[in-house]
Write a protein that binds this ligand. Structure first.
Ligand SMILES: [Fe+2]
Length: 242
């Protein structure tokens, strides 16, 4: 946890079920690194060429539909947290997402500023069609958060936060190459910090899961990664078909 003091004691993680849960998720997240998301050609794309401006605008505008609803999803998850401690632990991530008390620094606000700096008005980003993989990511995430066991949602959150460190530097680099004066504050708030969010979600998983859920947890984590890899496919195809 970055902003708040952890509400948990070491003894909370020493219970047999917590140890088994932690071992399971650690192994799952390690295996998931072999998913095609993590070796997708899109992640190498900025080493190859100067990106066309229109394509970068397309990518960053489409990604707004991932950024915009994320705080609401986290709040919903917080509302489903089974204990005061788990709710408090999630608040650390929510506080960061909400700009640590400054709405101008809330992550969606920073993203809108970034888009404005490359000539995309917020209204245009709102109006842009939601790409199918993004619709699927959001639908799956909200289904996990609203209808599945809290631990399933925490595992998907841990995996989703782990997808950020390899991807966001690529988006930032594309943005900067196409638009040298782009406002990068959104991307500067991400990176190692998201590894912390992933670890926090994994800790909540360890404290709340039960072995009978393991299979559905693995299915949900891989479903999220499939959708994210499909998004890379769509972005890459948009470049190829120019
Ligand atoms: Fe994060």
């Amino acid at each position: 946890m970055e902003h708040f003091t952890s509400p948990f004691a070491a003894s909370d993680f020493a219970r047999a079920q917590a140890l088994e849960n932690r071992q399971f998720l650690t192994a799952l997240l390690r295996q998931s690194q072999a998913h095609r998301y993590y070796s997708h050609p899109f992640l190498e794309i900025c080493n190859q060429q100067t990106p066309p401006r229109e394509w970068v605008v397309f990518i960053l505008t489409s990604f707004y539909k991932i950024v915009a609803p994320y705080t609401a999803l986290l709040f919903t998850l917080g509302g489903r947290a089974p204990t005061l401690q788990s709710r408090f632990a999630l608040l650390d991530n929510i506080y960061e997402e909400m700009g640590c008390g400054d709405i101008a620094a809330a992550h969606p606000s920073l993203y809108v500023d970034m888009l404005a700096s490359i000539g995309v008005a917020c209204a245009a980003a709102e109006r842009a069609p939601t790409l199918l993989p993004i619709h699927q990511i959001n639908t799956h995430l909200s289904d996990c958060i609203e209808r599945r066991h809290f631990a399933v949602a925490c595992a998907v959150l841990a995996s989703a936060e782990a997808t950020i460190p390899p991807c966001f530097p690529v988006l930032a680099q594309l943005a900067q190459r196409a638009f040298p004066s782009v406002d990068l504050r959104f991307f500067e708030r991400h990176g190692a910090r998201d590894e912390g969010h992933s670890d926090d979600a994994a800790a909540l998983f360890a404290l709340t899961c039960q072995s009978s859920l393991f299979e559905s947890v693995a299915t949900a984590v891989y479903r999220d990664l499939d959708c994210r890899a499909n998004l890379f496919d769509e972005w890459s195809q948009a470049l190829a078909s120019r």
